[in-house]
Structures are given as C-alpha cells and as structure tokens.
Design a protein around this ligand. Structure first.
Ligand code: C2O
Ligand code: CU
Ligand code: CU
Length: 450
C-alpha cells in the first residue's frame, strides 16, 4: 500500500514533513508567535497496550508515552505550561538544552518539585538545533521507567535539505507477560550495568513495522530514552549516514556496522530509502528493534543534504585550559539505608540528601576553558552527561576520536577520555551517569560555575 504526498504531509504514517506545524500539539492560549512556541503539557497516568491483550499502568506526557513531541525552531523561546496530574511530585529536565539554571528541572536546585495538581511554567530560549528530549529529575527510575520521557525537536533556522523526518524513541519496558511493571531497580543489577527492561519498543510499540517513502532521503532521529540499555544500532541493507550526534552536527559519515547509543544519547541519520517494496531491519546487536518497509509515494528529496550547520557553542581554548580529573568508580559499599555502589572522585551522591547540591565537586570560573579527564575505573560503561553546557570530546585512550560537541559521552569500561568546555553558563550543574540505576546509587555530582 502506497501513500500520497498529501498523506505524508498529514503525517498519517507518523512521518513528519520538516517545517510543518507541530503534529498533534496542544497550544495553550491558542497561539504561538514568531519568537515563542507555547505548549500545554500534562503528566498523568495512562493505560498502554504494550503487549496485546494486556494493560500497562504507565505515566505519560500529553496522553502518550513516550510523551508528546515538542517542536520549535532554533532561536525561538519554548514556553511549556506544565501540570502535574500524577500522584507524586515531579519536575521536567530538558536534556541537552543550554538554558538558565531556574529552568533546568533539578528539584531543590532549579525549582521546588511540582506537586500533584500544581503547574509550573518552563520558559527558555533554544540556542541550538537538533534532537533533544525531556524527562523528570525526581524518582527517575520509576518516573522514566513508567514512561515519562519525550522528544524535543529543535529545527534548524534555515531549511536543512531534508524533506522528511521521523523521530524514533527507543525504550525497553520493565514489564512482565501480563503487562504489569516489574522492579525498575534491582540492587544486584544497579551495582553492575543497571536494571534492564524486558520489552523493547520504538515509540511505544514492540517491533514495529515502519513505512518510509521509496527512493527518498529521510532523517531519522533516534533518541535513547531508556533507563539502562546501550543500543548497539545496526541497520545493514540500507545506505545511511550519521549527520548529528546528541544534537550536534558532524561531518556526515556512514553509520557503519554498529553504533553504540547509550542512555540519553541521540543520533540523527540520513537514510536513503531503497526501491518500493524493499524491507530491512533496525537491530540492537542481534535483536530486532523494528522493520522498515519502503512504500511508494512522496518525491522530491532524493539527494543526501550537505552537513548540518554547527551550533553556536564556544570553542574551548586548549592552551589556556585548566585540567580537572574525574574518576568514576565502583565502591561496592552497601549501607543499610541507601546503596552507594558508585562514586565520583571518592564521593557517592545521595539522592535522599538535598544538601548534596551545596557541595559541588568542582568550581569553574565563568568564561574559562577546562579540560575534563574522565576516567572510568570500572568494568561497566557510563554515559556521562552534563547539564547546562555542551562539551567537546577531544581524545580517548581506547578509540580514535574525531572531535565533536555533545552533552553525553559514552565512557567505555576502563576508558579514559578527555573533553573540553568553556564554562559559560553560571549555575550549579548536575554531572552524572545516565544509567538511571547508577545515578541513583551514587554516580552523580554537581559542578559549579561562578
Ligand atoms: Cu537527561 Cu540529568 O539528565
Ligand atoms: Cu540533562
Ligand atoms: Cu554508569
């Protein structure tokens, strides 16, 4: 079955046309202006049918999980009137967005938690284009685990050369065969690689069949919204190039045999869809994540676009940069109250201790350049994420690095990597592993910029 260009435009296949009005968006006050995009976003319980014939008592944003896709243009202000209809407090963090601390969604640091029934208005400018996402920064294991994760797409100011695009949120649900949730965190697993889910999904569907327009070049935005899993992405049988990593453009290069996408990370691919009727797989290592099918329809975007324009991130001055070393370690000490399996420079973060934010692990001078030496002294990999600022990956003792800007670096087991940044955003910024089990059992710290 083919589809007409009009159907593509209407998004009937879930395929968005770049630059079109936000699909399914619910604007509050009924308007958006040139400079501001408004959303009304509600977090509330929803029922999902993840396994046919069963019900999963999930939590969603905007009535879905993964949540409503928020879209705006680079340079615009995003204003989200958020309301909490969950039975517990929550916040929203805007992963990868360089914004003021008050909008960063960290409880007791940026704001007070939003209590059940309360609203909070998030409002910030979007300096960078790319694929981002949003999620709570409270009770992360449970809240992200139940489905509070959503894509935030910031379109380039000028047309990017892509005609069509599709966002794919990757999540593995912690459910049993009846659809009921299982434990989001099991101590034995938290002390290792983190507690994995059992049912893989793309946009909330297990093993979906996704249709793409034959012969066209399509932008796929893959977002790892999972608590734990590092996806080993494979898409043989289809010509595809990496255009951006974690929202930041790279010189287009083939996807290759396998790309490791850790929790929190994103990859934007340009895919040349084969001739009509062709089918191919997206896999996580040997496991199938989705099947793609090429269907007749749209025309007009058959060539690979040129590289995407760089985001306006300050270039660190490596000659003047001061170095700071961060050791990520397994400590294994299990106290009776909280498990502190992990630590950064000998300190385990305690998610139950609000005063942790008052003891930053490093203080940076505003405007200065820094090199962070990230040393993983453990047998497990850690997607290391920084709030508020993007950093440039410089080198690794394990692999050849072509430097790029990012907000999350997947630090392999026993790897040492160097990254650099200009401390240009004043505030106290969370610095943590994005394996939720790790961040909740110690692998988190605060970095201050004064
Ligand atoms: Cu997605 Cu503290 O981050
Ligand atoms: Cu973040
Ligand atoms: Cu980790």
């Amino acid at each position: 079955m083919g589809f007409t260009r009009r159907q593509v435009l209407l998004g009937l296949t879930g395929l968005a046309v770049v630059g079109a009005a936000t699909n399914g968006a619910r604007y509050w006050l009924g308007k958006s202006s040139e400079s501001t995009v408004d959303y009304e976003l509600i977090a509330a319980p929803i029922e999902l049918e993840l396994i046919a014939g069963t019900k999963t008592p999930a939590w969603g944003y905007g009535g879905r999980a993964p949540g409503l896709e928020l879209r705006a243009k680079q340079g615009q202000t995003l204003r989200v009137r958020f309301t909490n209809h969950l039975p517990e407090p929550t916040t929203i963090h805007w992963h990868g967005i360089r914004l003021p601390l008050e909008m960063d969604g960290v409880p007791y640091l940026s704001q007070l938690p939003v209590l059940p029934g309360e609203s909070f208005i998030y409002e910030f400018k979007l300096p960078d284009a790319g694929s981002f996402w949003y999620h709570p920064h409270t009770e992360s294991g449970v809240q992200l685990g139940k489905g509070l994760v959503g894509p935030l797409i910031v379109e380039e100011k000028e047309p990017s050369g892509f005609g069509f695009e599709r966002t794919l949120c990757l999540k593995s649900w912690h459910i049993d065969p009846t659809g009921a949730f299982t434990d989001f965190s099991v101590p034995r697993e938290a002390a290792r690689g983190g507690t994995p889910g059992t049912l893989s999904s793309i946009n909330g569907q297990h093993n979906p069949m996704l249709e793409l327009p034959a012969g066209q070049v399509v932008r796929l935005r893959l977002i790892n919204v999972d608590n734990t899993v590092t996806y080993r992405l494979q898409m043989p049988d289809c010509e595809s190039f990496i255009y951006a990593l974690d929202a930041n453009p790279v010189e287009p290069r083939p996807l290759g045999k396998e790309y490791w996408l850790g929790p929190g990370m994103r990859v934007d691919l340009a895919v040349k869809v084969p001739e009509e009727g062709a089918e191919w797989l997206l896999r996580n290592g040997p496991m199938r994540l989705a099947r793609f099918k090429s269907v007749k329809g749209a025309t007009g975007f058959e060539a690979f676009p040129k590289a995407l324009p760089a985001n306006p991130i300050a270039e660190p001055d490596l000659d003047k940069a001061q170095s700071i070393r961060f050791n990520f370690e397994w400590s294994g000490a299990v106290s009776t109250q909280t498990s502190h399996f992990w630590q950064i420079n000998g300190v385990a973060w305690d998610i139950n201790d609000k005063s942790c934010v008052e003891r930053p692990i490093a203080t940076l001078k505003r405007g200065q350049s820094y090199i962070f030496e990230l040393r993983n002294l453990s047998q497990y990999q850690h997607p290391i994420h920084l709030h508020g600022m993007s950093f440039k990956v410089l080198s690794s003792d394990r692999k050849k690095i072509t430097p790029w800007f990012t907000d999350t670096y997947l630090l392999g087991k026993n790897e040492t990597a160097k990254v650099a940044l200009v401390a240009d955003n004043p505030g106290i910024w969370m610095f943590h592993c994005h394996v939720v089990d790790h961040m909740e059992t110690g692998l988190m710290a605060a970095i201050e910029v004064v």
